[in-house]
Ligand binder design. Structure first.
Ligand SMILES: Nc1ncnc2c1ncn2[C@@H]1O[C@H](COP(=O)(O)OP(=O)(O)OP(=O)(O)O)[C@@H](O)[C@H]1O
Ligand SMILES: CC(=O)N[C@H]1[C@@H]2OC[C@@H](O2)[C@@H](O)[C@@H]1O[C@H](C)C(=O)O
Length: 377
């Protein structure tokens, strides 16, 4: 078993998630308490972005639209990349100190970086953050750039977490058909059939449009527990029109860039009705995932920040017509599942094990990925 730290900065631009797990790259070490409840896999940490950090990252997403070759760093991207590397380094340093650990206790770090470009059709996905610099500063091996090998081989480069979802489902003893839904800025689902086969894809927008709508209309960063959406009514004709987008009928695997849909689509609606419409858009887009399921899940586990949006969960419950539990409710971590996944992926990368599969990214054959940096260079 290796001890690995995973680092994730997602499309919501809220901060850096840190998680430690123990794994050999196949199985994940889990502990059960006396009542069978799964214990947390390992300690976790979080480093929130300040408003200034977030403003720079938002600008980076805009400046990155000019990127035509993946090594290019136009506009504020060099500054944003330095920031991402520095804040991840600080996040790990704080995490180690808080948990009485030193660099020598950690075998590897899985460093996702910050996605600024994701255009699989142009064979390009760019995560900013310098793995080599992070490794030198921390004195720990770092695996980064985990999407590119898949993209180069013709895959979507996303989602990457399904192989971890399956390992966790196995460790937890699930045998029935299962859906695992991660609702971050974008939402992605992993469908695990009873025979163990997985199908994974981005379902559509997650929280990003709701956040953007709330920020523009109210100045708040999010719709806390979906309270605003719960007071509004979805605009059904607008919803029907949004769901006609070819992304939803396209056969998976498929992945989505954060900017493919905009909150401005709800432009003229009241704050409440707009929030209700965008929340329903996320839920109904997830329900479309069932069109692609050979063995529809009897149970869904919902993770990511969206698991804290009660109105979204209520709508999912209605549209998915299956048992819905939050990750936290079964001893998984809603907030740190992705960071844990990147720890797992880093160990798989070190071991040369595949991280993406035809049924998760559309790549022609299962392949490994990631770029390894060592402290000594
Ligand atoms: N109390 C809450 N009520 C409603 N929504 C919430 C709450 N807490 C968090 N969220 C939503 O969750 C989002 C953060 O989710 P998460 O951290 O899973 O995203 P991410 O990892 O950045 O995204 P991605 O998975 O797309 O990379 C917030 O931006 C917000 O929309
Ligand atoms: C390109 C990119 O960063 N995609 C993210 C994003 O956020 C959620 C969804 O879209 C997913 O495809 C992916 O992240 C997770 C961690 C993944 O690759 O599994």
């Amino acid at each position: 078993m290796r001890r690995a730290i995973g680092l994730m900065s997602g499309t919501s631009l809220d901060g850096v998630d840190v998680a430690l797990i123990e794994t050999d790259g196949e199985t994940v070490r889990v502990e059960r308490s006396h009542n069978g409840y799964l214990e947390p896999l390992g300690p976790t940490g979080y480093r929130a972005y300040s408003d200034d950090d977030r403003a720079l990252l938002r600008q980076a997403l805009i400046d990155a639209e000019a990127v035509t070759e993946r090594s290019e760093r136009p506009g504020c991207l060099p500054e944003a990349e330095d920031l991402v590397t520095r804040l991840h380094a600080e996040a790990v340093e704080n995490f180690l100190a808080e948990n009485g650990l030193s660099a020598a206790d950690i075998d590897v770090i899985g460093f996702h970086g910050q996605t600024v470009v994701h255009r699989p059709d142009q064979k390009m996905s760019v995560q900013i953050g310098d793995g080599a610099a992070l490794s030198r500063r921390l004195g720990i091996k770092v695996v980064s750039d985990l999407r590119n090998a898949d993209i180069e081989a013709g895959g979507q480069g996303a989602p990457l977490v399904p192989v971890f979802h399956r390992a966790l489902a196995q460790a937890s003893g699930f045998t029935d058909s299962l859906g695992i839904l991660n609702i971050g800025g974008v939402a992605n689902a992993t469908l695990i059939a009873r025979d163990g086969t997985i199908l994974a894809f981005d379902t559509g927008p997650g929280n990003a449009l709701i956040d953007d709508w709330m920020r523009e209309r109210t100045g708040h960063a999010l719709d806390d527990n979906g309270r605003t959406a719960a007071r509004g009514r979805p605009d059904e004709p607008l919803l029907a029109w949004l769901l006609i987008h070819p992304f939803f009928s396209r056969k998976p695997p498929k992945s989505l860039d954060r900017n493919w849909f905009s909150h401005k689509l709800a432009g003229q609606l009241s704050t409440e009705d707009g929030a209700a419409t965008l929340t329903a858009f996320t839920a109904r887009a997830v329900a479309r995932a069932l069109d692609h399921a050979s063995d529809p899940p009897t149970r869904w586990i919902v993770a990511g920040g969206g698991a804290r949006n009660g109105e979204l969960l209520r709508q999912l419950n209605y549209y998915l017509r299956a048992e819905i539990t939050t990750a936290d409710a079964i001893g998984w971590s809603s907030a740190f599942l992705e960071a844990q996944a990147f720890a797992y992926l880093a160990v798989r990368s070190l071991e040369g094990l595949p991280i993406t599969f035809p049924s998760t990214t559309g790549v022609s054959q299962a392949i490994t990925g990631g770029v390894l940096a060592r402290p000594e260079g």
